[in-house]
Design a protein around this ligand. Sequence first.
Ligand SMILES: Nc1ncnc2c1ncn2[C@@H]1O[C@H](COP(=O)(O)OP(=O)(O)OP(=O)(O)O)[C@@H](O)[C@H]1O
Length: 578
Amino acid sequence: MLIKLINRYIRPYSGLLIGVLVAQLVATASSLYLPSLNASIIDDGVANGDTGYIWSHGGIMLAVSLTQALCQIAAAYFGAKAAMLFGRDVRSAVFNRTLSFSTREINQFGAPSLITRTTNDVQQVQMLVLMTCVMMISAPITMIGGVFMALREDRVLSWLILVAVIVLGGVIGILVTRMTPLFQSQQTKIDTLNRVVREQITGIRVIRAFGREPLERERFRGANYDLMRLGFSIGTLFAVLFPFVMLVMNLGSVGVMWFGGMRIDAGDMQVGQLTAFITYLMQILMSVMMATMMVMMAPRAAVCATRIMEVLDTSSSVVPSSEPVTELSEHGTVRFEDVGFAYPGAEAPVLTGITFDMRPGQTTAIVGSTGSGKTTLVNLIPRLFDVTTGRVLVDGVDVRDIAPEALWARIGLVPQKAYLFSGTIASNLRHGDPAATDESMWQALDVAQASDFVSELDGGLEAPVAQGGTNVSGGQRQRLSIARALVKSPEIYVFDDAFSALDVATDARLRAALSSLTSEAAVLIVAQRVSTIRQADQIIVLEDGHIVGIGNHDDLMDSCPTYREIVESQLNATEAAA
Ligand SMILES: Nc1ncnc2c1ncn2[C@@H]1O[C@H](COP(=O)(O)OP(=O)(O)OP(=O)(O)O)[C@@H](O)[C@H]1O
């Protein structure tokens, strides 16, 4: 998955990667050439007292060092650019895929997980790409080139390189094998900690109201300590790793000096060669360490890549039609034809045999007990879910055949849970119509019974709104959400329990004002309160996903016991008779 993901998204930047490769090749070749130059200055310049030689070769060393530095800067620049562009593209791909998901896929992954996958997981893979460009490419070249150059200096001492590489590689290998599962587990533990914190912050009011603070503190402490203990284990392994690397390097140097000294004594080697040999040994061991460290990053990135690919390989269950209809002849009609719906994995359907019509200028209301399927039913109109059986037609065409944009443009949905975006009152209302004038927004606010409180806000239409609309009350949020739908001026209004946070008088005023705006539109109102729906042209009574009554208030009072029960439980006898 890791290779597949990197391969797919790094391809457009292969030019940059070639740049990294060339720059790394030149930088590594330069750094491998430097000890050899240094050796010749010592052996041929210093030993013979040849100042001219020292100056000329010193100049070459300076030029090589500059080349190496410039190439390393170029490699880091190209590498960082490729990695950042790669990260940007993968994040966009995950985000765009998430936007295409229906409620079904969003529920399947869960919002927090989708956020982690778009941010943290992409970051981990991006880091691997960056480190590969900066370190991993140069490591094998340094290793092979270092061995070659060291052999050029002295073949007899080459066994020392072999021993040092085997010892260092072996021990780092063991440590890395022990670290890898710890890193994987660290990822899971970070997820757990995030979940606990998120849940506790979101539910802080419930936690306080139910006196659960000590318990929740304990839960957080558990998750926090788990992460700490794991961090200790990883830290301990690192604590062993670095001194050990230094030990091997120092022992290697001592070995080279010891045996090299003997060879110098015997006249088989020169001091400069010995110095170069030690430097090559250091370079080789450093690259072994870097390569092993990189190998350690890979499993963590691989876990993240799998999580990213899971999102990218999931298609939305609400698929746009291959030949979408964009021009519809009817306006403001909705028809449910024997509609059935079951949630994925659920045994029983939530809706069965739903058939009714909505016409322009008509208000349809849906009542029913909690869990009877009201929200599920309205979600089928804008295709938040697709029907399992039957069909839903908007303006005479099956919603599955309508181009999604054309469908959504026709519908003004006010969801059960009003949600506002960070920005201003105006920016939220303009979600309904980006070109809306101040006048039309005030008109919508008037109808939604929100103009009084908005005009009292500092800034009026430009008053700031916090993310989620948390700086206004629940009822105000609901009214703004209604105004947003009104600004859109759609053909079909869907109010899903949108009047529940309003008091009875405001609810009545709002509905009265609404009727003037919606005379050409089909209106669907889901409500628990009978006073909200009793004036509707048709009322649909839902029970366990079935329609048990359909008609106006008076018809249903005569013919539908379930409706009568609902009415009688809410209104006193006088009101019921009225
Ligand atoms: N995402 C889901 N996955 C599985 N089952 C679900 C899901 N959402 C709702 N249900 C189930 O479907 C049934 C109908 O839910 P729905 O939200 O449509 O009812 P409702 O009439 O709108 O209820 P309320 O008046 O409380 O809002 C319920 O039994 C509920 O448990």
